[in-house]
Design a protein around this ligand. Sequence first.
Ligand SMILES: Nc1nc2c(ncn2[C@@H]2O[C@H](COP(=O)(O)OP(=O)(O)OP(=O)(O)O)[C@@H](O)[C@H]2O)c(=O)[nH]1
Ligand SMILES: [Mg+2]
Ligand SMILES: [Zn+2]
Length: 293
Amino acid sequence: MMKQGIVLKGIGGFYYTDTEKGIYECRARGKFRLSDISPLPGDHVIFEAAEDKTGYLMEILPRKNELVRPAVANVDNLFIVASTTEPVTDPFLVDKISAIAIHSKIRVILCVNKSDLDPSDEFCAIYAEAGFDVIRTSAVSSEGLDDIKRFLPRKVSVFTGNSGVGKSSLINLLFPEMQQETGSLSERIGRGRHTTRKVELFKLYIDSYIADTPGFSAFDLTKMNPLNKEDLENAFPEFSAYLGKCRFSGCSHVKEKGCAVLKAISEGRIAKSRHESYVRLLGDIKSRKEWAQ
Ligand SMILES: Nc1nc2c(ncn2[C@@H]2O[C@H](COP(=O)(O)OP(=O)(O)OP(=O)(O)O)[C@@H](O)[C@H]2O)c(=O)[nH]1
Ligand SMILES: [Mg+2]
Ligand SMILES: [Zn+2]
């Protein structure tokens, strides 16, 4: 019998696929192994189901979006977890991941975690003013957990961010039955035993899934889906009020005369750090084009 389900995780050639009748352990048919496309967590799939809850994947339905790092498909909400202490999140990481997500039409929610250690007022303000949903959270005081929960119903939500910011801790507190491994900074420097290794979706309630993911390193950042130049300015929501108002059409908002974006920065309406990230991403895009020629 053919069934439709959503892939929760892939391990050793098995794809654990959730349906209204429970989870099926599916193998991929040869055509998946031969083609470039392999099933990702979040994929909607058609499979041939057997009585014993095993099956064969036959088809991956079209994806509405797909992230490379973390590798997951059909994401509705991307919770970017950041911290301004132990460890300090580089704003560039937030700016790059959020730009990719916005371009992929994924809703970005910034969780500024460890508020018990640092209120992170300045960091929160930069992103709130840029138009992001910002939640100040703590896995120690439980601040912000109810605000996270409001975004989850009937969505696929993915937690990302650099290693050690508290993604797994927040998820464990929200849903104690998930019990993701967590670890202190000193533990993760060793062999990283207690840090998250793989992407796996968990079903929370009907049509609602959540995924913890491994923390980012600088290496991962260079491998993420790049945008092109035209898409980049649109991936910075606070630029939108000024786009089309620069003196020169095709303005790249770096140092041009009469640039409306630069004027907004000088008047304090756009944060300098956000613009610095934009310029850096634009530079990455240009150098990639030069290499490609
Ligand atoms: N004070 C404080 N410590 C926290 C908070 N959240 C997490 N921690 C601690 O930070 C460390 C890292 O937490 P994890 O939840 O493992 O971090 P992670 O983001 O899942 O890390 P990776 O799996 O490596 O990506 C642990 O020692 C946690 O106890 C918080 O809100 N406040
Ligand atoms: Mg983790
Ligand atoms: Zn401009």
